[in-house]
Design a protein around this ligand. Structure first.
Ligand code: GLA
Length: 970
């Protein structure tokens, strides 16, 4: 920015302006400015370079946006009244006048006056700066000045025609209409640059433009541009010339100042910035036209100084510029040795892929970037979407084969998250096994690649596609910088966490390249799963809360996302396979008694399913167990005020089943090799469309014939021997992708056909918990391990990545699988920290158990919304010390609930104090414990007391527990 640019930009003649205003009393805010200028380029430079606007085009006109401001430029062949230099004075309101003055000084711009602040350009145009710290927009206009030689008439006309309120402002005539303060000054003795009739064009924003236009039409006003709506700008407009020859643009007012979109492109630096209130993600195109990561972290309110992308230089022939550069979506080509995002073999044997930037498009919160190989017509369409409330960015890629020949894709990744180069990072991830899922593991990021993956065809119990990385292990629950992310895929996935020799730290995620080999025929494309990433500087607690919020706001099925989960009873642990109408009816009656809202019949109801050796695949009601079908049981469940749900395991088949006898080839296998069985079952080849259609058909029939509102969809073994003999060898590997997309397709179609249907994803517990399945189900089964003490750890790990609302937790009988007996109260409180279910054999319960359960269920109902929709604070981890404590704070801050669990009693050693979080320190809270275990029993305590002195529990014995409800006192 130099003096000549500013001079040019301010001097262009016929400069006209409307105003940007904060909503006034009438709730009207101005959303845009219009300039008519001679030199568009110079003007654009001023706004884009000095103020950091994002340029674009609208209907052929140049345009730029700043937060809260849209500026349109049209070339200024002077419209009515614009003659020569017409405006003498324009007013800017800025955040920090001193800063702008300093900037102007540094750019050689003359300062006419410091206070009031006036910039001067060529003695002709003066720019007045006014400070406005209250508003979000960096530049705010809130008034218009008219310089008019016929003040009295002009004012009278506005007062009469527009219903403006007449008045005076200082020495000037004034009139105000909603959204605009008008000051009229006679210009016989023009101020600088004002020669006679000066203003040709003003912009008004009004609340109901259509009605307003009608009013003017009734007053005989003719419109140059009749009323019309422009949805892309969120405005409507109408233009007229007033009786004094003043051109007026009317624009429909907005209730709130409009925000510029979250994505900005700065063409000179060739960078894109995805910004939210919390975060900024910057990527750019370097001098080789390759895409590079530039920044991922805390919000940058301004983009000044953000470096353009540049390839690093290599120090020796053993290194390469591309290997030293944080690339955004590298193909495997050139001297690249880090994990690539895309690796292909082309039809002629070429195995070198160099992707260059072709084009981009910004649509609202979405940025689309197209890349192409330097030679072949192999395209990659990258999509970035940023979620305003959490700053979580979604990346995905689509590989398009326009080469005219078959391309074999050996690795297709969704993208890479590049961290600032360095050493000393710490990786957190979730590892486990069947009945011991989602245990938090934390370890240093080492040189080389740490692979987190599934090769099992499902998401897996063993590792979950979530990661978090903090710096030097400095982050804790409340403090510190944490980057985190998750891949949305329920099949073979992989996260490669890599530290290169040059200290690049990157997380590449997508389809597992292991046994991949996806053949893309000419014209075909392959989409990767979405890969989500977020950032916080407030520790792991905030990272989790952002994930939870994101899942509730943007991932879970829309139609049910805002519903609370019903309290569920599941009969599995009570009956295993021994289900029948009478037994289920009895359990349903007992479940209703304690307040269950959904009764789910688990395994055993279909085919010849008396144990796990037979019947899978035959999804017809067993006539011996249910001689009259499911209807009578469902009717009774409904009568009891509950909905009815059913267990299914559609992807599997027992060799001892009618389905297998009819279609042995439907099970995946390599001919001649054994088909490994797990739990006596084989995996159906869901990648085959006829298998998919069969499964969809039987489930659709079941749901159409019965009032089933809920399915627990299970998958009780991983995939093995993934052969698909019906296809040519080279095409068979498509299985890994198609299996999952076909399963997704069944979920999607069933949900579309049965709008009341809700689904729980289960895979022997938590082997199908990921962001992909969560777009199609309401909840997941966390673990087959329902031991309440083991659950504390499983649930803790789960909560790092997934929302409490989707986490199903059952109260079951003791002694449990560990031979451990925890009190019923402990079991209830542990299960209440997610979505509560009961899986106990109610036939064995005592009256006392029922009474306690009814009390607990009713307590849960009073806090359910807070647990489900609130913010979770992990106060004390089950991995450390002898006390676990969690707290949930409702979204509106009015309610909070605390759960505490003692592990084992050490004689005469009191439990540590529990310091609460997320409360308003100045507010008072009514303290309502569920029992008498609090050592001090304040009826009301302040947020600061609860945070700093804490709650002290007198817990006794092994597995003692308690809970406290806090309600904000109005
Ligand atoms: C899996 C599930 C259990 C139960 C059984 C039924 O193990 O995780 O909850 O549904 O299958 O066979």
């Amino acid at each position: 920015m130099n003096r000549s640019i500013l001079a040019l930009s301010l001097l262009p003649l016929g400069l006209c302006l409307a105003q940007i205003s904060a909503p006034n009393e009438a709730g009207v805010a101005m959303g845009h400015l219009h300039f008519k200028v001679r030199d568009i380029e110079a003007h654009r430079k001023l706004w884009v370079e000095v103020l950091g606007g994002a340029p674009s085009k609208l209907a052929g006109m140049e345009m730029a946006t700043l937060p809260g401001v849209v500026i349109l430029w049209e070339k200024g062949e002077p419209a009515g009244g614009t003659v020569g230099s017409v405006i003498g004075h324009i007013g800017f309101q800025v955040r920090d006048v001193k800063e702008v003055l300093a900037k102007a000084r540094a750019n050689g711009i003359k300062i006419a006056s410091e206070s009031p602040a006036f910039l001067e350009a060529d003695g002709e145009v003066r720019v007045e700066l006014g400070e406005n710290r209250a508003l979000a927009a960096p530049v705010v206009f809130h008034h218009i000045h008219f310089y008019d030689s016929a003040v009295a008439e002009t004012k009278a006309w506005y007062v009469k025609t527009l219903g403006a309120t007449p008045g005076r402002r200082g020495n000037f005539e004034a009139a105000d209409v909603p959204g605009a303060n008008l000051t009229f000054a006679a210009s016989e003795s023009p101020t600088v640059g004002t020669k006679g009739r000066a203003l040709d064009h003003i912009g008004f924003e009004v609340k109901n433009l259509e009605a307003f236009v009608k009013k003017l039409e009734a007053a005989g006003v003719k419109f140059d541009v009749p009323f019309r709506k422009i949805p892309s700008l969120g405005i409507s407009l109408a233009f007229l010339t007033d009786p004094f020859g003043t051109y007026i643009e009317l624009t429909e007012g907005l209730d709130t100042p409009p925000q510029a979109g979250p994505i900005r492109y700065l063409p000179e630096q060739k960078i894109w910035a995805l910004s939210t209130d919390r975060t900024t993600y910057v990527l750019g195109v370097n001098e080789k036209n390759e895409l590079q990561s530039i920044y991922w972290g805390k919000r940058l309110p301004r983009l000044d100084g953000v470096a353009a992308a540049h390839t690093a230089s290599a120090a020796s022939s053993f290194e390469s510029p591309e290997g030293m550069t944080a690339e955004e979506y590298p193909g495997w080509g050139g001297m690249r040795y880090a994990e690539p995002c895309l690796k292909v073999t082309l039809a002629d044997g070429t195995r070198d892929l160099v992707l260059k930037y072709v084009s981009h498009e910004i649509r609202g919160d979405t940025l689309a970037i197209r890349l192409k190989d330097i030679q072949y017509d192999l395209f990659v369409d990258l999509t970035y979407r940023v979620h305003a409330a959490t700053g979580i960015v979604r990346k995905e890629a689509r590989v398009v084969n326009a080469t005219g020949q078959t391309v074999t894709v050996e690795s297709a990744q969704s993208g890479v998250w590049n961290l600032p180069p360095g050493e000393g990072y710490r990786l957190s991830y979730l590892a486990g096994r069947w009945a011991g899922e989602t245990q938090l593991v934390q370890e240093p990021v080492h040189r080389g690649i740490k692979v987190l993956e599934s090769r099992r065809g499902d998401t897996s119990h063993e590792l979950n596609p979530w990661f978090a990385i903090d710096y030097e292990g400095r982050a804790d629950e409340e403090h510190g910088v944490v980057w985190f992310g998750a891949l949305a895929w329920s099949g073979n996935w992989r996260l490669a966490v890599e530290q290169t020799p040059n200290q690049l730290v990157r997380v590449v995620g997508g389809y597992n390249p292991f046994d991949f080999g996806y053949q893309l025929q000419p014209g075909e494309s392959l989409e990767t799963p979405p890969f989500y990433g977020g950032f916080t500087d407030q520790g792991f607690g905030e990272a989790s809360r952002l994930m939870h919020r994101f899942q509730r706001d943007a991932i879970l099925p829309r139609r049910s996302a805002s519903r609370l989960r019903p309290i569920l009873y599941n009969s599995w642990e009570a009956t295993t396979f021994n289900v029948n109408e009478e037994g289920q009816r009895q359990l349903a009656e007992k479940a209703a008694k304690i307040g269950a809202e959904l009764f789910v019949m688990d395994d055993g109801w279909f085919g010849a399913r008396d144990n796990d050796r037979a019947g899978l695949g035959d999804w017809v009601v067993n006539p011996k167990k249910f001689p009259n079908g499911l209807q009578p049981l469902i009717a009774r469940v409904k009568e009891l005020g509950m909905n009815f749900g059913l267990w299914v395991e559609p992807e599997m088949v027992n060799p001892d089943s009618d389905l297998y006898r009819a279609h042995p080839d439907w099970a995946i296998h390599f001919p001649g090799h054994p088909r490994s069985e797990g739990r006596n079952q084989l995996v159906l080849n869901m990648a085959r469309d006829e298998v998919k259609e069969h499964i969809f058909g039987v489930l659709d029939k079941l749901l159409s014939e019965n009032d089933i509102r809920f399915l627990k969809w299970d998958m009780n073994r991983p995939v093995s021997e993934p052969g698909w003999p019906a296809l040519p060898a080279a095409e068979q590997k498509k299985f890994w992708v198609k299996y999952v997309t076909n399963v997704y397709d069944i979920f999607d179609r069933l949900r579309a056909r049965h709008p009341e249907l809700e689904i729980e994803a289960c895979s022997g517990g938590g082997a199908r918990v990921d962001m992909g399945i969560l777009t199609r189900v309401e909840q997941v089964w966390t673990s087959d391990n329902t031991d309440a003490f083991d659950r504390l750890r499983i649930q803790e790990g789960f909560s790092y990545a997934y929302a409490p609302k989707v986490m199903m937790a059952w109260v079951t009988d003791v002694p449990n699988m560990n031979g451990r007996s925890t009190p019923l109260e402990f079991r209830f409180l542990a299960a209440m920290m997610g979505s509560l279910g009961i899986g106990a054999n109610l036939n064995h319960w005592s009256e006392g158990d029922f009474a306690l359960a009814a009390k607990m269920v009713s307590y849960y109902k009073s806090i359910r919304a807070t647990v489900a929709e609130g913010g979770l604070y992990r106060l004390r981890s089950p991995r450390e010390g002898g006390l676990t404590a969690n707290q949930y704070v409702s979204a509106d801050g009015k309610q909070s609930v605390v759960f505490v669990f003692q592990h084992a009693q050490q004689f005469n050693r009191p439990a540590p104090a529990v310091y609460l979080r997320g409360l308003d320190e100045n507010a008072l809270y009514r303290v309502q414990p569920i029992d008498n275990k609090l050592l001090e029993r304040p009826q009301v305590a302040s947020g600061s007391w609860l945070a700093n002195h804490g709650l002290r529990f007198g817990l006794r014995g092994d597995f003692d527990s308690s809970s406290v409800l806090l309600e904000k006192v109005q």
